[in-house]
Design a protein around this ligand. Structure first.
Ligand code: NZQ
Ligand code: ZN
Length: 392
């Protein structure tokens, strides 16, 4: 097991009605004027936004609002948010939404706290933020795990680049997680969420590492739980248990717990970010579902025992020791069939990608043929192109 630092500072308030505490909690972090940041309207329609405003007013907190975050959040709205916060002397950022709203809120908080640095430099990784504004989230969608992650993913619509950067400044101070707030998430988005949560865990699970049987069994439990919860929530959107387990899995899958002692890399995520960066209408989870099995088929030979463990512990497959690859291929197929069964695409064609996009995708993913992805197996430009082609 490798050395590791596990630092997950986000305070989680989990369960029914927890969002009513939001005003009191923000005050504990010293907030006096709040930016309420939200998406395209689901929080308005559900009445959540009005409840939040009331909670803030009840404890004497002032606020300004900025809605309109699109799925796959974009840089121009981040810049607008920074300008608004500086003008209005905002000292606390509250995200009300899913991963896109949270990431936009993180970037705004970093931009406001570092007014002399262009916020896009953080995404380009030319400068790392050293400070940020206090910030929290009322989570409305179990998927990206951004509520507890150190990551922030922003798209620059001018270049079509979708890039993430990791920083301790990207950790939310608190996350309010009421599973009932996800009852209105539609079936497609619920399925995308299940894929993303599973993938945050599986990508870590398939990173190099040895003797991590505790971490492995936590990861296997998260994967199995979310596969079950995803189906249950799709079949019955008001199933509290399914929504609750899915929400908690979202946070645990991406707060670093599931790779303690192993290396860390998210290669399929890098493939996917190019896809939804190029076609911003594509949902991240759907892009991951379209790519994963091709990645798996391309790389599995690099570490057959790891895939056998996945086959046995996650999919309950009896290992065929005479023909181990047969077992691996069966497990990959079962994971792929699961994605199909919840209405997810399993090819890039289904997502509307064109054949002529494959080379530009590989070129972008390899940062102009300069980047090699780590993880289960090192992947350069040619490998990337092969995987995009296999996934077509
Ligand atoms: O915008 P509104 O109207 O709120 O609608 C959203 C949006 O259309 C809707 N939604 C959210 N809560 C809802 C709801 N609809 C009904 N009822 C509710 N309670 O769902 C749609 C998708 O929302 P979005 O926030 O885009 O989804 P998600 O949480 O999957 O976030 C995706 C973004 O996060 C990034 C992805 O790349 C993508 O940009 N990621 C961020 C990560 C991180 N920061 O750690 C890690 C992930 O791997 C991922 O890359
Ligand atoms: Zn993801």
């Amino acid at each position: 097991m490798n050395n590791f630092i596990y630092h997950t500072p986000t305070k989680v308030y989990f369960g029914k009605d927890e969002e009513f505490k939001v005003g009191k909690i923000i005050k504990e972090y010293g907030g006096t004027k709040v930016l309420i940041h939200y998406g395209g309207g689901s929080a308005v329609k559900s009445g959540l936004l009005d409840r939040v405003k009331e909670c803030l007013s009840d404890v004497g907190l002032e606020y300004v609002e900025l809605g309109g975050v699109k799925p796959n959040p974009e840089l121009p709205l981040v810049r607008k948010g920074i300008e608004l916060c500086i003008k209005e002397n905002v000292d606390f950022v509250l995200a009300v939404g899913g991963g896109s709203v949270i990431d936009s809120a993180k970037d705004i908080a970093n931009g406001v706290a570092n007014p002399d640095i262009d916020v896009y430099e953080f995404t380009k990784k030319t400068v790392a933020p050293q400070k940020t504004l206090p910030k929290g989230v009322i989570l409305t969608l179990a998927a990206a795990g951004s509520e507890m992650s150190a990551s922030c993913v922003i798209t620059n619509p001018e270049t079509g680049e979708k890039r993430g950067y990791n920083s301790v400044c990207n950790r939310m101070d608190f996350a309010i997680e009421n599973p009932e707030l996800t009852y209105t998430v539609n079936k497609y988005q619920t399925a995308c969420g299940a894929v993303d949560i599973a993938m945050h865990t599986m990508e870590r699970y398939f990173c190099p590492g040895t003797d991590t049987y505790l971490t492995d069994s936590i990861a296997e439990s998260v994967i199995k739980s979310v596969l079950k919860a995803g189906v249950d929530a799709i079949n019955n959107p008001y199933d509290y248990s399914a929504r609750a387990n899915m929400m908690w899995a979202s946070s645990l899958a991406h707060n670093d717990l599931t790779h303690c002692g192993r290396e860390f890399s998210l290669p399929v995520h890098q493939f996917e970010h190019e896809v939804s960066g190029m076609y911003t209408e594509i949902t991240h989870g759907a892009g991951l579902a379209a790519l994963w099995a091709s990645w798996a088929r391309y790389v599995y030979k690099a570490n057959i025992p790891r895939f056998l463990q996945f086959a046995h512990n996650v999919w309950n497959i009896d290992i065929d020791f005479e023909n181990q690859e047969k077992t691996v291929i069966k497990a990959i197929k079962m994971q792929e069939d699961y994605y199909k069964s919840i209405g997810m695409p399993t090819s890039l064609k289904e997502l509307g990608i064109k054949p002529e996009d494959l080379e530009p995708l590989a070129y972008k993913c390899s940062f102009g043929k300069t980047r090699v992805l780590d993880g289960y197996m090192k992947l350069g430009y040619d490998d990337m192109l092969n995987i995009y082609k296999m996934a077509y």
